[in-house]
Ligand binder design. Structure first.
Ligand code: FES
Length: 125
């Protein structure tokens, strides 16, 4: 279990060395998420349409080690964009990855950029 969690490390914008072209913007639901694969990782990507912002994080919920976060509901918690796991509703900041309603480890987050209708996720490996 620890091994699979250890695959996911947050990447800061300044550390990005690879911009992975995930899909086109039309492939993602508005105010919803979809999962993309990068190497051996599953990444949840969210089109947070209400603020025209995109977010990416690990698809793996650290609560029960389930690949489900891309199917979670997005919303905000005092102005912080968040995703709620569809299984037991643990919520995580889409900006910092912090668990907002519990004491789970933070999830990994990744920078996203949009260029020419394409969605790119930033990685440092
Ligand atoms: S598996 Fe995500 S909250 Fe339980």
């Amino acid at each position: 279990m620890e091994e699979i969690l250890g695959k996911y490390k947050s990447t800061a914008l300044k550390d990005v060395t690879v911009w992975f072209k995930a899909a086109t913007i039309k492939d993602f639901p508005k105010d919803g998420g979809a999962c993309v694969k990068y190497k051996d990782k599953q990444i949840a990507v969210f089109n947070y349409a209400r603020t025209k912002t995109w977010y990416a994080c690990q698809n793996l919920c650290p609560h029960k080690i389930e690949m489900v976060l891309s199917r979670g509901m997005i919303g905000d918690d005092k102005g912080v964009p968040k995703v709620a796991c569809p299984l037991h509703k643990k919520t995580f900041s889409l900006e910092s990855g912090e668990n907002l309603n519990g004491d789970l480890e933070a999830i990994a987050t990744y920078p996203v950029k949009i260029e020419a209708e394409n969605v790119y996720i930033g990685f440092s490996e």
